[in-house]
Design a protein around this ligand. Structure first.
Ligand code: NAD
Ligand code: UDX
Length: 479
């Protein structure tokens, strides 16, 4: 059986960092080097302030950094010394040219493959961990073979990553399964065995699924499309709930107890965010279009369209509830990350909600426990969000404290399901706000009855809430 002494990971991001830190901690005999073009990122990985927040990550990194885990910008040396190379670079949606807005931009994958081909002096197993369109492994292989040096052999495997942010360390430590796609010939099988050997340090063999490369690549896109589809499905149901008086949480619970459906990923929300779902569904849509399968493309496109609709619908409800105008009103946004327990804001619903409210000239007071101020401003001044970035400095303030953020606000919107938002002192917040004080719970995490009792006007996703009359003398309570 082939054993590996040194491995290298190209791309020190949300996937490369946590997954290779866990590999290093579970495989003390393997030297793991994580490399990146970004000096800044590598500097942070080598510091006490890691470039990303993930529960448990600090401990894993500290336990093996300097032992068998290294972060470096010396990409060439790391490639030359490695027996196996993970490619974990970003594959964002193309924002130009052919496939603009849908296709994955494979330039970073290709650059990594060319670098491997240019500098390698010995044989390598090249593992594609980034999420890619089907047949990307073929392109990597073609680039490597076209530039191969004498005596060097390459095997390309697909090994998509299923970790979710906020739970990345646990997901890598205890995955539902590991997928490995490779060739069925003897060299292919040998490479697959070598990669299996790494994972078998902590994952039972039964959980490692081996398949052909194209199935493996497609399985990743399909898994994310199915997960995103569940959220869009329940969000589409939430619109019906709001129009009828049904309660989406009750409906989700009812359908989720059917073991064929299952209870996970049925939480209605202001819309899914994150760097993966929209990108990967669009990637699948584009793949369908290229394969001349327009009906399949239209089917998956709806998953993204419903998500856009959900965000816009929620923003409309905010404006409508605030007497159809939010111009110059102070609106507190609680949570800017795309989900709790991460500082990542990529494609966060909060960005779009902020955009819609800024378009209405609302004044936003934003608080998030983990997202840096500069990061929020970077998102909001992006050309896709603000045509005129100077408006952001006029309309937006960032706060370090939720109570301070709520000061003098007309409304408060929960955009991220941070646990700490459940236990804020809403009596105190109510005192600080203008009246009538509105709360919009975009994550269905607050105790709505208790908030109504305090005096708030409460709106949430997928449920109509009864409210206390504002002027008791004119409309006495029927209790
Ligand atoms: P990221 O942007 O956080 O990290 C990618 C890193 O690669 C960056 O630091 C970038 O500087 C570096 N890089 C790009 N080109 C390089 C090159 N040629 N040489 C060296 N470094 C280079 O991205 P991410 O979130 O880690 O995602 C990486 C891939 O994994 C994507 O394909 C994504 O779809 C997939 N994925 C992401 C997640 C997630 O939760 N973020 C989960 C599963 C899969
Ligand atoms: C996702 C996949 O879960 C993971 O397997 C893949 O590797 C990368 O993409 P991630 O984007 O990190 O992971 O987080 P995830 O937990 O999937 O949440 C994505 C978005 O959906 C978040 O904005 C989240 O708040 C939202 N969501 C999730 C819902 O709105 N409702 C749900 O029921 C679940």
């Amino acid at each position: 059986k082939m054993t590996l002494k040194k491995i290298c990971c190209i791309g020190a991001g949300y996937v490369g960092g946590p997954s290779c830190a866990v590999i290093a901690s579970k495989c003390p005999a393997i030297q793991v080097t994580v490399v990146d073009l970004s000096e800044e990122r590598i500097k942070q990985w080598n510091s006490d302030h890691l470039p990303l927040y993930e529960p448990g990550l600090d401990d894993v990194v500290k336990s093996c950094r300097g032992r068998n885990l290294t972060f470096s910008t010396d990409i060439d040396t790391a490639i030359q010394e490695a027996d196996l190379i993970f490619i974990c670079v970003n594959t964002p949606t193309k924002n130009f040219g052919i496939g603009k807005g849908r296709a994955a931009d494979l330039k970073y994958i290709e650059a990594a493959a060319r670098r491997i081909a240019d500098v390698s002096k010995s044989s390598k197993i090249v593992v594609e961990k980034s999420t890619v369109p089907v047949k990307a492994a073929q392109s990597i292989s073609n680039i490597l073979q076209a530039n191969v040096k004498p005596g060097v052999k390459y095997q390309v495997l697909s090994n998509p990553e299923f970790l979710a942010e906020g739970t990345a360390v646990n997901d890598v430590l205890d995955p539902d399964r590991v997928l490995i796609g490779g060739e069925k010939n003897s060299l292919g099988k040998e490479a697959i065995e070598a990669l299996c050997w790494i994972y078998e340090h902590w994952i039972p063999r039964e959980k490692i699924i081996v398949m052909n490369t194209w199935s493996s690549e497609l399985s990743k896109l399909a898994a994310n499309a199915f997960l995103a589809q569940r959220i869009s499905s329940i969000n589409a149901i939430s619109a019906i709930c709001e129009a009828t008086g049904a309660d989406v949480s009750e409906v989700a619970n009812a359908i989720g107890t059917d073991s064929r459906i299952g209870s996970k990923f049925l939480k209605a929300s202001v819309g899914f965010g994150g760097s993966c779902f929209q990108k990967d569904v669009l990637n699948l849509v584009y793949l369908c279009e290229c394969l001349n399968l327009p009906e399949a493309a239209a089917y998956w496109q709806q998953v993204v369209d419903i998500n856009d609709y959900q965000r816009q619908r929620f923003a409309n409800r905010v404006v409508e509830s605030l007497f159809n105008t939010v111009t110059d009103k102070n609106i507190t946004i609680l949570g800017f990350a795309f989900k709790k327990d991460t500082g990542d804001t990529r494609e966060s619903a909060a960005i779009y909600l902020s955009k819609y409210l800024m378009d209405e000239e609302a004044r936003l007071r934003i608080y998030d426990p983990k997202v840096e101020k500069s990061q929020i401003l970077r998102e909001l001044t992006h050309p896709c969000i603000s045509e005129d970035p100077s408006r952001v400095s006029k309309l937006v303030t960032i706060h370090q404290d939720p109570y301070e953020a709520a000061e003098g606000s007309h409304a408060l919107i929960v955009c991220t399901e941070w646990d700490e938002f459940k236990t804020l002192d809403y009596h105190k917040i109510y005192q600080k706000m203008l009246k009538p004080a509105f709360i919009f719970d975009g994550r269905i995490i607050l105790d709505h009855e208790a908030l109504i009792e305090i005096g708030f006007h409460v709106e949430t996703i997928g449920k109509r809430l009864s409210r206390k009359p504002v002027h008791r003398s004119i409309a006495p309570s029927t209790q």
